[in-house]
Design a protein around this ligand. Sequence first.
Ligand SMILES: Cc1ncc(COP(=O)(O)O)c(C=O)c1O
Length: 364
Amino acid sequence: MTPIEQVLALVRPEILALAPYSSARKESKGGRVWLDANENPKTPAAALPSIALAKEGRLNLNRYPEPQPADLIATLAALYGIAPAQALVTRGSDEGIDLLLRTFCRAGQDAILITPPTYGMYIVAACIQNARVVSVPLVRNTNFALEADAVLKAVTPDVKIVFLCSPNNPTGNLLDRAAVLRIVRSLAGKAVVAVDEAYVDFSGVPSLAAEIAANPNLIVLRTLSKAFGLAGARVGTTIADPAVIAVLQKVIAPYPVPAPVLQAALAALTPAGLAAARESVATIVAERTRLAAALSKLPVVKLVWQSDANYLLIEVADSARVMAAGRAAGIIWRDRSKDVPNTIRLTVGTAEENNSTLEVLSRV
Ligand SMILES: Cc1ncc(COP(=O)(O)O)c(C=O)c1O
């Protein structure tokens, strides 16, 4: 073996075999209109003064930041209607997912349960931790509805976390609240249920976070990446019983909230920032309705799934051909055919961006 081969032989076999998460930014470079990562089309103006603060030298970058900044925790707690002790700020909700795996699943022994097609990071985090993955698919011909009985039947004693994504990525639908709560209650003392609410702000329904007080095995994941337009700042919140938060605090890296990120998040969550975010969500939801109606009239589009999120899943006859047409026009969507045959996920962008989507699809 060469010296570097000897080094690589020391790497855990499951990491050598790992298929890493394939993010939108890794899959597509270039393009003019980015509608592939379910981002908000605009940076919130309220967050910009934080950049000025950095320029003026009023950010103490020589000092380590507060591990869990009290002012941000208090602001997020007010935003999400929870107690500060129920919140943990993470680098995006992706870090929350990883923390849950590392905290609840013993490597090589425990398992998680997912309901595919769903967000890809649950499997990646499970593989990194060498946790088994039990899958209970959401079925296409029931509009990807959650089947609580099938989930409960599949929970073996090694399953420590059930991940439910609502609204679900990539299908866009909310999961039935009663079905989710039935799973939570049935698994009390057996497993935790992590409900990923990255897109709940676009759904108009309340978060499940209020149910945590009565159900300490419920965990909710929220993020400022979508409705609040701060994907680049990386601010997620894990919401759980204070005792669970205390355990997660043992596992998280010491300083997950960089000082400039703290300033950007606080600025985005002032009353003016919150009003702007509400307006942005209303605009995106109105555009979603307009885009869905217009898409369903195009010959190339066979089906538009109903969406409670800031993206639409469509079925076409030949997704590769449609993706190529988008690329040729500088528009990047996300091909989800690996999850649901011949489907493409379109992020709802600005009116102008959505018109570009419609224009290109009308020509395919
Ligand atoms: C369902 C879902 N959960 C979590 C995330 C991660 O979001 P972030 O880490 O930016 O908070 C995403 C990102 O696209 C997502 O779609």
